[in-house]
Design a protein around this ligand. Structure first.
Ligand code: 3SL
Length: 244
């Protein structure tokens, strides 16, 4: 297949994913900027070996009890009682997790990952690994579906703006991608926001929720471009950093 026909599409909320025909030869980029995707990238940057995403707390507990894996997780932004770490990139960075397997369960991010599984390759995209995930995607020469985790099945500002940033990066480096209308719209969001990303994202409802929960440091960390040289790609039921 010629790369001329490769496309980029953005799915702005998980609830829309089932309505899309996943084309053969596709990669799904799952995006949860605040904070699951950014946490996964931070954990790999710190040397985690594998990260297993699960959508239920029961499953996470099973891994802790049966396998002794570390748990990172939250519901509605609040650290789970069974968790070793909250869903916080900065909390992860304060611990030695080199060579460890982590299990992650979150309100929206791990659910979006679960939806994407079984539909082609799955990779995590975040502002912190923007350049690295984009360069990897270009080499794969596949259709790209950017799936935004959003909040409770609906649109979220930060994930949609990231989808635009990734679209822009991809199209600048490889102009033969064709853009679905959703990707063009996301690109416009990014162009509006990029001059002052941190301040633009403050308009987002989840951003405000995390401010109230005292997570300002995570918010600041999550908007730094290319700070984690990692590309988390799903193999079987876990992510590995393929740049390791
Ligand atoms: O919903 C999610 O997956 C989380 O990333 C939400 S939070 O940022 O941890 O509140």
């Amino acid at each position: 297949m010629s790369s001329t026909y490769l496309g980029i599409e953005v799915i702005f909320a998980p609830s829309l994913f089932s309505t899309r025909q996943i084309r053969g030869n596709s990669i799904v980029v799952v995006v949860d900027i605040l904070r699951a995707g950014t946490t996964i990238c931070a954990a790999f940057q710190e040397g985690a070996d594998k990260i297993i995403p699960v959508s239920s707390i029961e499953k996470a507990l099973w891994y802790k009890e049966k396998k002794g894996y570390l748990i990172t997780g939250e519901r509605d932004g609040i650290k789970l009682e069974i968790a070793d770490f909250g869903n916080s990139p900065l909390e992860i960075l304060r611990h030695d997790i080199k060579g460890k397997t982590l299990v992650i369960t979150t309100t929206n991010g791990t659910r979006a990952i679960e939806i994407a599984q079984g539909n082609g390759q799955v990779v995590i995209g975040a502002f912190t690994n923007l350049q690295y995930v984009a360069e990897w995607l270009i080499v794969q020469k596949k259709n790209i579906m950017i799936l935004c985790a959003g909040w409770r099945e609906t649109f979220s500002l930060e994930d949609s703006i990231f989808a635009g940033a990734l679209t822009e990066y991809l199209i600048l480096k490889e102009s033969s991608y064709s853009l679905h209308d959703s990707a063009s719209a996301a690109q416009e969001f990014w162009r509006m926001a990029r001059g002052n990303l941190a301040s633009y994202l403050k308009k987002g409802s989840h951003y405000q929720r995390l401010v109230k929960l005292g997570a300002q440091e995570d918010l600041d960390y999550s908007v730094v471009l290319n700070s984690t040289k990692v590309v988390p790609v799903m193999e079987n039921n876990y992510f590995k950093n393929i740049l390791k």
